[in-house]
Design a protein around this ligand. Structure first.
Ligand code: NAP
Ligand code: MG
Length: 403
């Protein structure tokens, strides 16, 4: 059979540790035998980031703007221990943070559903995707510990010197104060990324804040979403047969628990932080969670939600066997290949992505899986495979499906 052709390269961002090992196995076993893989390769492994003074991360993000679609391996975010381990010139910033800032994007996380790994919430029949606004609010706050009696004020000084003042509280004794901000530009980007991605998945979009209590701050989020929806997305949503739904955050939480799933839940920064941990733990394993960064212009960067699985890498380096789950990394590739295929009109590439995902699911549903899943599956007597064996089993399923 001829290999599937690509017309535009994918931006390939290689990474670190165990996921770098899996990355190569996935390319060797599951991609290159079937596709004439066209990528523009950026090595985001920590050594190379250090050699290039992290310029490679910036270049890879700019390439994503040029080509539109990227696939990224998990990378180390340096800390003090990594400074010594890799003899770093500087404590380089998180690559994900750098890429997100350049693409001005929003991260969407979705659990991968397989029979035998069931969510704790029995009525969730379809995955719930969380979109977290990753800028501002309590994460960029300013706080003061109030030592004793006094008046706290909120003051804004405009560029021309005009001041707007509000009393926060007249303290009779000690207390605490917090100042939060966000920007219209960031909220607009967040809204556009959410609407764009909902159209992409053809799924409903939910958004919730506490606008009844926070009549200016949260209400601004609600208004911006509504304005952008009405002006730019309403007709497209109607044509796609999907809806945008706004409600209060407490109502949203109650509805999510009772829902069947199958929608995107856009969350403010704090809500998204908390709720994404709830959804992922309710769905079993971080190793079964995909992640995609979507920019307001519609650039996409696909990756796994988990990290570089450091502990497994050290075992691998010691020559010990590992059973590391490659599913989320495979789905990063299939997400990117499918998107490339859709943009370039390559139906073979789209079909390949679908079949490779199906092959992963079929492998697990047949009872063959890595250790992390074997520990939580409801299937009887799962067969625990090592990292290579699992990928080979997926290849077997893929070939059975006609490739
Ligand atoms: P991690 O790599 O996600 O792994 C934490 C633990 O979760 C592992 O030790 C393993 O548990 C389990 N696990 C995660 N992914 C798995 C998989 N695919 N298969 C099987 N088990 C899996 O998080 P970490 O150890 O805290 O972080 C390691 C490095 O990753 C850090 O340097 C961090 O900066 C980086 N990181 C990168 C990203 C990213 O690039 N997006 C995200 C998060 C963290 P057991 O050991 O119990 O088997
Ligand atoms: Mg968190």
């Amino acid at each position: 059979m001829d290999k599937i052709k690509m017309t535009t390269p994918l931006v390939e961002m290689d990474g670190d540790e165990m996921t770098r090992i899996l990355w190569k196995m996935i390319k060797d076993e599951l991609l290159e035998p079937f596709i004439d893989l066209k990528t523009e390769y950026y090595d985001l492994g920590l050594e190379h980031r250090n050699e290039t003074n992290d310029q490679v991360t910036v270049d890879s993000a700019n390439a994503t703007k040029k080509y539109g679609v990227a696939v990224k391996c998990a990378t180390i975010t340096p800390n003090a221990a990594r400074m010594d381990e890799y003899h770093l010139k500087e404590m380089w910033k998180s690559p994900n943070g750098t890429i997100r800032a350049i693409l001005d994007g929003t991260v969407f996380r979705t659990p991968i559903k397989v029979k035998g790994i069931e969510p704790c919430v029995k009525n969730w029949k379809e995955p719930i995707t969380i979109a977290r606004h990753a800028y501002g609010d309590v994460y960029k706050n300013v706080e003061i510990k109030v030592p004793g009696a006094g008046k706290a004020e909120l003051v804004f000084t405009a560029a021309d010197g005009t001041q707007t003042k509000e009393t926060i509280f007249d303290f009779a004794g000690p207390g605490i104060i917090q100042g939060q901000h966000n920007t219209v530009q960031s909220i607009e980007s967040f809204a556009r990324s959410c609407f764009t991605y909902a159209l992409d998945l053809k799924q409903e979009l939910w958004f919730a804040t506490k606008d009844t209590i926070s009549k200016k701050y949260d209400h601004t989020f609600k208004d911006i979403f509504q304005e952008i929806y009405d002006a730019e997305f309403k007709e497209k949503f109607e044509a796609a047969g999907i809806t945008y739904f706004y409600t209060l955050i407490d109502d949203a939480v109650a509805r999510v628990m009772k829902s069947k799933g199958g929608f995107i839940w856009a969350c403010k920064n704090y809500d998204g932080d908390v709720m994404s941990d709830m959804i992922s733990s309710a769905c079993g394993s971080l190793a079964m969670m995909t992640s995609v960064l979507v920019s307001p212009q519609g650039y996409y960067e696909y990756e796994a939600a988990h990290g570089t699985v450091q502990r497994h890498y050290y075992k691998h380096q010691n020559g010990e066997e590992t059973s590391t789950n490659s599913v989320a990394t495979i789905f990063a590739w299939t997400g990117a290949l499918r998107k490339r295929g859709e943009l370039d009109g390559l139906s073979d590439l789209v079909r390949f992505a679908d079949c490779l995902e199906q092959a992963c699911i079929a492998t697990i549903e047949s009872g063959r899986m890595t250790k992390d899943l074997a520990l939580i599956t409801e299937l009887a007597d799962p067969l625990v495979l090592n990292s290579e064996q699992f990928i080979q089993a997926v290849r077997g399923e893929l070939e059975r499906s006609g490739f």
